[in-house]
Design a protein around this ligand. Sequence first.
Ligand code: MF3
Ligand code: CO
Ligand code: CO
Length: 277
Amino acid sequence: MNQQGAEPARRTPGAIKLHGPEGFEGMRKAGRLTAQCLDMLAPMVRPGVTTEAIDKAVFEFAMDHKALPATLNYHGYPKSCCTSINHVVCHGIPADKPLKDGDIVNIDVTLIVDGWHGDSSRMYGVGEVPRRAMRLMEITYECLAKGIAAVKPGARTGAIGAAIQKHAEAERCSVVRDFCGHGLGQLFHDEPNILHFGSANDGVEMRPGMIFTIEPMINLGRPHVKILGDGWTAVTRDRSLSAQFEHSIGVTEDGCEIFTLSPAGLFFPDKPDHPFA
Ligand code: MF3
Ligand code: CO
Ligand code: CO
């Protein structure tokens, strides 16, 4: 139920919401709590821990902070977060299989706070991570940073995708085409779609008040994915490693505000000096 009454909020194709100060304040709170949840998980991500245990920690963190995990029962999705290990691109379902030394895992959390959605994901290395996996995580992080740097009013959303694709391909990696960033706010997935590839002339003009995610998925091999029999888990067809980082942002008069910055500086600890780290 939303403030308008008993009708659920609906996605309205073609209409992109422009949020005011209350929307930005709501997103700051939801974004901060989501980032704190991802911070809380950092010391837990060790060899031997199950993604099921991580999911339970996310659920309990949400309950303790009067928040709801948006993915739980979302279109039938069964868990409070997504955990995508190695060649899993996204939407990996937490399970009782333990993480092992050298794995890389993306944990994607969306918390609803007072009706607003904070959506963010990060990569975590498990124990000693191979160099090529470290390099992929670093390139993916840089892709998100370059996408965010392209956000400014007057430019088109395609500028984000163009910046991401240019960097990924210059580093001989590929951009997953099958999933995109999305508008969000009081809805989890709203207009506009934010593609992570394409031309700067694509998409719609960005305007102050737009709120959306940028969440590039970058592969060491080819871009193609397939969905496993569980109906959710997306994996690379060539089984190459995949990585993803995600922030929720709002377009401002002169650029953007990132709602999901890590209060502890743990977004990507391997780049501690970077402004978004
Ligand atoms: N958090 C994901 C995103 O970034 C969506 C997960 S939906 C789920 O948009 F159902 F798979 F959990
Ligand atoms: Co998202
Ligand atoms: Co997400």
